[in-house]
Ligand binder design. Structure first.
Ligand code: WTA
Length: 659
């Protein structure tokens, strides 16, 4: 049985077969010395100098880790560097100027290649334009772009002038954009006229305009013309066309601003337990060192590789492993704008084949779709260039893991199942592909230098095989430094639960549950908080519930994750209406529309179930667990704590899970 986290409970993860990395891989692996696990353990925190050494520092740091003000740690204290310099200039200086940096594959079949020099030129021109139009060091620039090259260009331009970027996923709504710009006091926006969705021109600019109406601050906006004549648009006051700016600033260069290792590189909003999204703050030095190191050690990226992370740059995976990690290492990173099934279900394999991709990194939800479509699609192409495969974002059960290795990896490629989060910045649990055996269904041991522990309520390590909370005992370089403008919430969300401040004993809580086996391999089970992952997008149930409760006539709503037949998570919304309102198609449509406008189409529920009441405890707490079990057709436990147990049977009858 596949549960709501996509986890196949019947598969035995620690007794199943293990896979040893093939000799051909080990021989060429970036990290192949098994001693690294012990070495990092013994030399912590200095072990992380191995990561810092992958960067070019303008001024050397004087301390690896400063922990006086825990949990506000400082890594590589007093070192100075610039992220854009590390991703661009230094590769030009080392003779790689005409090496491909980005190979972009557009949705309509367009292709563009940027060499490191091309990217350097365009980033400089845009950095000059931003600065001239008023952006100063430490101003937050919001970027609301789909997967077009101007997205990483804008990020690097911001990094160059020391302005933190806040990228908002292009599929999020105007309201979501406004909330994030408001929270970050952001006065600059980079967006586009629109983009293509299933062949149609989709208007992004009008969403940006609507967001601006809601904001108190004046917003200066740069608009990239993605659609040309397909969607003509008029620019207003304080709005500039990206391409016109490039002409205006053609050939200009900007000295990369010297940033302290602890200066903010970017902000990334993510979902949490309350309705309000959290602005996760990432540093310049520690973050860049950690993403470069894990690109090197876990994804085995080499400068000569063509590497492809098929994620969206609007989320952390794309920041770390499409932009910063691969570019810091000077490799070729593929960037794909489209979907895996357009124009046909072999689109990704056609791209791998044509670009001779060496390393491919995607999410379990995509792999489950490939598996469902069948192995004929990958079989149409030559995938023999692939050397390593990776997954991220959710647990992957053994069956899709094996399918991936077999049908995409030719039965040879190691597969790294990488566990990490927006807040960890970079990979923290994974096998090292040149060293560790793989166990399908288990992410693997903590990376060298990462002190991941599975603990019980009291914070004590659980025995092998027992389920507990996934925590990290020691800090690591890529970790979030705080939540934007909200140090208290940072401590409350991540540190309070398992730390003992009186003893200066700090432990990070991930919000995930997990098990550990006899070999120290960790199997992540899912979230304990009210977060649902839908196709790789992390959504807070509260955000969705608020959007529903906003609709006239809705009394109450509860939202849960349901595992579909394919193992993907979908949203079920339970709604009770106010007296005098019919539970009809009109209100259902109003709910769907409001979710779309408050969050975006990604949060659309698979089902809206009307019920006269939501099941509640005697103290009035909605029993979401129970609703989740009902949605998943699972056995219900004891319902005696409910004030209204009869309602459960009614809901089951309504959705047909009453057996
Ligand atoms: C889940 C994405 C199991 C987990 C990088 C985590 C995983 C959340 C894995 C973070 C994995 C990520 N196995 N679960 N390999 N990777 N997760 O912030 O629940 O979008 O807490 O970062 O995704 O999601 P986020």
């Amino acid at each position: 049985m596949v549960d709501r986290n996509g986890w196949d409970r019947d598969a035995s993860e620690s007794t199943g077969p293990t896979y040893t990395p093939p000799e051909s891989f080990v021989e060429q692996a970036n990290v192949a010395d098994p001693g690294i696990h012990d070495e990092f353990g013994a030399e912590w925190p200095d072990c992380w100098e191995r990561a810092a050494a992958l960067l070019s520092w303008e001024e050397a740091y004087d301390t690896v880790l400063e922990d006086e003000d825990a949990p506000f740690y400082r890594w590589f204290a007093n070192g100075r560097l610039n992220a854009s310099y590390n991703c661009l200039d230094r590769h030009l200086e080392s003779g790689r100027k005409n090496h491909a940096a980005i190979r972009w594959e557009g949705k309509q079949g367009e292709r563009r290649t940027y060499t490191y020099r091309d990217l350097y030129v365009e980033v400089n021109e845009f950095a000059a334009a931003l600065r001239e139009r008023g952006v100063e060091e430490d101003d937050v620039v919001t970027i609301y772009l789909p997967m077009i090259p101007e997205l990483p260009i804008a990020m690097l331009a911001c990094a160059r002038i020391g302005a933190p970027h806040s990228v908002v996923f292009a599929g999020l709504s105007a309201d979501a954009l406004a909330t994030r710009m408001d929270a970050a006091d952001s006065e600059y926006l980079v967006t586009c006229d629109g983009y293509y969705r299933r062949g149609d021109a989709f208007n992004q600019k009008s969403k940006a305009d609507n967001a601006r109406i809601d904001l108190e601050q004046d917003v200066r906006t740069v608009v990239v013309d993605r659609l040309g004549d397909d969607l003509p648009h008029v620019l207003g006051e304080n709005e500039w066309d990206y391409h016109a700016l490039r002409e205006e600033f053609a050939g200009e260069t900007v000295e990369p601003v010297s940033r302290d290792a602890e200066d903010m590189l970017f902000l990334m909003y993510t979902s949490g337990t309350t309705g309000e999204p959290k602005g996760v703050v990432h540093s310049t030095g520690g973050y860049l060192a950690h993403v470069a190191w894990t690109s090197h050690a876990v994804l085995d990226v080499k400068p000569a590789d063509t590497y492809w992370c098929a994620a969206d740059i609007g989320w952390i995976t794309g920041h770390s492993y499409i932009v910063y990690g691969p570019l810091a290492l000077g490799t070729t990173t593929v960037m794909y704008e489209g979907t895996p099934d357009y124009p046909d279900r072999d689109r990704l394999w056609e791209i791998v084949d044509r670009n001779a991709v060496d390393v491919f990194y995607t999410a379990p939800t995509a792999i489950r779709a490939f598996m469902k479509w069948g192995s004929d699609y990958p079989a149409r192409h030559d995938l023999s260039s692939l050397r390593l495969l990776g997954t991220v974002g959710e647990p992957i059960s053994p069956r899709p893991w094996k399918w991936y290795r077999e049908h995409i990896g030719g039965g040879e490629c190691p597969v790294v199942d990488t566990w990490w989060q927006t807040e960890t910045g970079a990979v923290t649990i994974s096998t090292l592909p040149g060293i560790d055996d793989m166990k399908p269904g288990s992410a693997g041991p903590p990376l060298p230098g990462i002190d991941a522990r599975i603990v019980d309520e009291a914070g004590e390590d659980v025995d092998a095989g027992e389920t507990g909370y996934l925590t990290i005992g020691r800090p690591w370089p890529g970790m979030a430094r705080t939540l934007y403008d909200n140090d208290e919430r940072f401590v409350a969300e991540y540190w309070q639960r398992f730390s003992d401040p009186a003893e200066d004993d700090w432990r990070y809580f991930s919000g995930d549950t997990a098990r550990i086996d006899d070999h120290g391999y960790i199997t992540v089970l899912g979230r304990v908080d009210d977060v649902i992952t839908v196709s790789g997008h992390r959504l807070g149930t509260m955000e969705v519930e608020h959007a529903i409760a906003d609709v006239d006539g809705v009394a109450e709503a509860a939202v849960v994750g349901r595992s579909s037949e394919t193992g993907d998570t979908e949203i079920y919304a339970y709604v009770s209406t106010e007296r005098g309102y019919e539970s009809d198609a009109a209100i259902r449509q109003a709910i769907l529309d409001n979710i779309e406008s408050a969050i975006g189409p990604i949060a659309r529920p698979a089902a809206v179930i009307f019920t006269p009441e939501l099941p509640k405890t005697r103290s009035g707490k909605i029993m979401r667990r129970l609703l989740e079990d009902v949605a998943n057709g699972e056995e219900l436990g004891d319902t005696s704590a409910l004030r209204n147990p009869e309602i459960v049977g009614e809901i089951q009858a309504e959705i047909g899970t009453d057996g």
